[in-house]
Ligand binder design. Sequence first.
Ligand SMILES: [Zn+2]
Ligand SMILES: [Zn+2]
Length: 305
Amino acid sequence: MKFQCSACGLRLNSNHFKYQEAKKLQLTSICDQCLQRGAKAADFGNVPIAIFAQGLLYGFVGRDNEDQELNFLVHSKDKRKRYESFIQDYDSNELAQQQLSRQEFNQALIASEVGKIEFIPQLNLTFAENLNKLGLKVDFKLNEVDFIDRERIRAKYHYRCQYCGRRGHSVDHKDPVSLSHNNDFDNLILSCQECNRIKSNMPYELFIKLNAQIAQLNQKLVKYENALATFSGEFEQRRRSIAATMHLKGVVNDPELTQMRKQNKKLQDAIDSLSSDYDELRKLREQHFNTGWKLLQVNSKEDII
Ligand SMILES: [Zn+2]
Ligand SMILES: [Zn+2]
C-alpha cells in the first residue's frame, strides 16, 4: 500500500507514514523523511491517508482538508521517481537496513533533495552505486566464506545437502547472511542449490520446520536423483557403444545398430518421464516452502494493511 507525501510528493510504502505514540498508532499526512527534515504533519492535509486512518481506527496527524497549495518539495515527477525507487531499494534490503539506520539514510536523501549533496539517485545505477554516490556505505559482501573453508564444509557433509539429502555443494548460512553476519563453522551448513535458493532469507527455524513436514517427499527426491543419475550414465554408455560399433563396422545403419538405437530410445523416454515427475515434485516442494514463508510474513508484517 502506497501513499503520497503532502510535503515532498513522493509515493512511498505506508510504513513511512505511521508512527507510534503511547500505544496508539498514528498516520501522518507527510512521510518520515519530511518529519525528520523538520516539516510539521499538522500543517498538511492528506485526504487519502485521513480516510484510511478513519477506516482503520488509527489516529491521524494532519489538517482536516487539503487546501494547501500542492507545492511539493521535490518538484519534478522524474526526480520523485528516482527517489522513490531508491527508497524502495532500501526498504526491501535487510542488509542495508542493518548497517545503515533509516535516520542516516534519510539524512543523505534530505541533503540530496535540497542540493547539499549534488547527486540524485539514478535509475540506471545499482542500489550500491547510488548509495556510494550519496556517501553511504553498505558492505554487501560481509558474509562471504573463503574458498578453503567452503571445501572443508563440503567434505564435512560428504557433499550432501543437509536439508533434502540430495547432492549439494552450496555452503549455506543457517541464519540468513543478511541477518546474522555469522561466518562461524557452526552457522555454516551444506545445501544443494535448490534448497539454498528456496531458503534464501527465510529464518533457519522456519525452513527446518517446513522441511521436517515433508521428510517423505525429500526421500523421494533423493531416489529420483539417484535413478536419474544411473539412467543417464547408462544412456551415455550406450550412446558411446553405438558410436564405437558404427566405427568398427564402418556403416551407419545395420540391424544390430537399429536394435541398439531402439533400446536407447526407450531408455531416453524413461528418463524423460522420470525427470518430468521429478520436476513436478520439486515444484510442489518449493510451493510448500513459499506458502509457509508467506503466511509467516503476512502474520508479522508491520505494514498497516
Ligand atoms: Zn515527504
Ligand atoms: Zn537440498
